[in-house]
Design a protein around this ligand. Structure first.
Ligand code: NAI
Ligand SMILES: CC(C)=CCC[C@@H](C)[C@H]1CC[C@H]2C3=C(CC[C@]12C)[C@@]1(C)CCC(=O)C[C@@H]1CC3
Length: 345
């Protein structure tokens, strides 16, 4: 009689492993002696010891090939948050995550670690030291967040000790670091277009920005602590730098580090939010004729002008999380990693 071989606990697949976070995660897993498969719609790099599987996570048959003999799956794929394609978010983040769960069951995967987002509780108003038991946002700030909420619920509800399938969700916030295609490049682009002169509000709002290696550390700790008798099963965990910083101080440090001027002039939050909302509506109405992408979307204004920082107490208690890279060192490493974005480069 054929017996099913239990996959090694150090064989894993990273869905979204070609992305910013995914690639850092893959590199760290390889360093720690894991055998890694990457599943992604694109192959962005090559790495010895890593097997790439190119495919769409909505395609179960393609996924099953990448999940063969694997015990841990990290799911960190998502369309870019800036997209306004609602159907794409629904297809990938909700339907696709259902497909991932189904494929994990069929392939005999034991653990699924989802990259969620701390924004699942954010409605555009202040959150100070928010804990994981805050309710999900009733009015999420965009389609991305709306589908991240549904995605997290699907993954956490799928956790079943009886079936031997354990799940956990990691909620990072404002990830930054080398190779990030989003935060620093958008910031520099805005500065180069002369639009980084203004501070929205009084500039005292505190926000979490999380260095990518700390986010990776949180994912690996979660995978290694997730056991049938552990408190992690079916739970969500904030993973941040645990050093809330003034949003505008953080942005200014990056800008000045790259040779640009820090924003100086204050504008009232409600005025900027109102203008951003108006521009967004105009862009929506004109969409059949012309595609306009405003720099200051209501979502970015809300993120730039409110307090939103989160407590990591649960992750510290249940998995011994401490951010290995402090914020100041993380900023220095990040600035040094973008010589091509320096002013005048
Ligand atoms: N960047 C940030 O500040 C934050 C990100 N997150 C979450 O972290 C995760 C990773 O984000 P990033 O690395 O920043 O994004 P990224 O855009 O760099 O990486 C996402 C990867 O998913 C892949 N992908 C997209 N659709 C796919 C599909 N249908 N099938 C297979 N692969 C697909 C992309 O090709 C890409 O390589 C996402 O789930 C995101 O929601 C959460 C909080 C903050
Ligand atoms: C005002 C201005 C032009 C700022 C530029 C920086 C922004 C692009 C980032 C500041 C906070 C970031 C952030 C995210 C994306 C990039 C920023 C808006 C997320 C929306 C990415 C996806 C998430 O899950 C939550 C993040 C919150 C913070």
């Amino acid at each position: 009689m054929a017996t099913r071989v239990r996959p090694s606990s150090k064989r894993c697949t990273v869905i979204g492993g070609s992305g910013f976070l995914g690639r850092h995660l893959v590199e760290r897993l390889v360093d720690r002696g894991y055998t890694v498969n990457v599943f992604d719609i694109r192959q962005a790099y090559e790495l010895p010891g890593v097997t790439f599987h190119q495919g769409d996570l909505c395609d179960k048959q393609a996924l099953l090939v990448a999940l063969k003999d694997v015990s841990i799956v990290f799911h960190c794929a998502s369309p870019a948050p800036g997209s306004d394609d609602r159907a794409l978010f629904q297809r990938v983040n909700i339907d696709g995550t259902q497909t991932v769960i189904q494929a994990c069951h069929e392939a005999g995967v034991q653990k699924l670690i989802l990259t969620s987002s701390a924004s699942v509780v954010f409605e555009g108003t202040d959150i100070k030291n928010g804990r994981e038991d805050l309710p999900y946002a009733k009015k999420p700030i965009d389609y991305y967040t709306e589908t991240k909420i549904q995605q997290e619920k699907l993954v956490l509800e799928a956790c079943s000790k009886e079936k031997g399938f354990l799940t956990v969700a990691i909620r990072p916030h404002g990830i930054f670091g080398p190779r990030d295609p989003q935060l620093v490049p958008i910031l520099v682009d805005t500065a180069r277009r002369g639009k980084m002169k203004f501070i929205i509000g009084d500039g005292s709002n505190l926000v979490d920005f999380t260095y990518v290696e700390n986010v990776v550390h949180g994912h690996i700790l979660a995978a290694e602590h997730l056991k049938a008798d552990s408190p992690l099963c079916g739970q969500a965990y904030h993973i941040t730098n645990d050093e809330p910083v003034r949003f505008w101080d953080f942005m200014s440090q990056i800008l000045v580090g790259l040779g640009y001027s820090a924003p100086r002039y204050h504008l009232p939050y409600t005025l900027v939010y109102g203008i951003a909302l108006l521009l967004w509506l105009i862009a929506l109405v004109l969409r059949p004729l012309i595609r306009i992408k405003p720099t200051f979307t209501p979502m970015r204004v809300a993120l730039a002008g409110t307090h939103h920082y989160y407590s990591c107490t649960r992750a510290k208690k249940d998995m011994g999380y401490q951010p290995p890279v402090p914020l100041q060192e993380a900023i220095v490493r990040t600035v040094e990693s973008y010589p091509h974005l320096q002013k005048g480069a």
